[in-house]
Design a protein around this ligand. Structure first.
Ligand SMILES: [Zn+2]
Length: 124
């Protein structure tokens, strides 16, 4: 399909795919511990609310604070998982490794450290 992406050998793409799948597993595991899947919106996660047992007020305040800390973490994980899924989708379509902005090939060194990269070093 896209001629620009084809600098990468099949072997490298397979390796990237493996890395992405491992990341996907890790991210989903982390998300599962902090949030639950939103059944209505694909790829969306709802942060679990802390369980209030109606006892100690001080403890409840701590739990609210903890919830506030979890939210951005969940959001970051969710975003990362989305990128990983998109990268896997691109591998399927044969457009993996192409910068979404300038449509040039993303340097392989960058993809090695960050397989779900959407942009090249210039456009990031
Ligand atoms: Zn670019």
């Amino acid at each position: 399909m896209s001629a620009k992406a084809i600098n990468m050998t099949k072997k490298i793409i397979e390796k990237q795919k493996e890395k992405l799948q491992k990341q996907k597993e890790r991210l989903e595991k982390e998300l599962n511990s902090l949030a639950r899947r939103n059944k209505r919106v694909k790829g969306d996660w709802i942060t679990k609310y802390p369980q209030f047992d109606g006892g100690n007020l001080e403890e409840e305040a701590d739990e609210v604070e903890e919830y506030g800390n979890i939210l951005p973490v969940t959001y970051t994980l969710e975003l990362e998982l989305k990128k990983v899924n998109e990268a896997l989708e691109k591998i399927k379509k044969g457009s993996y490794g192409v910068c979404e902005k300038c449509k040039k090939a993303i340097p392989q060194a960058r993809l090695k450290v960050y397989p779900q990269a959407q942009y090249c070093t210039k456009c990031q």
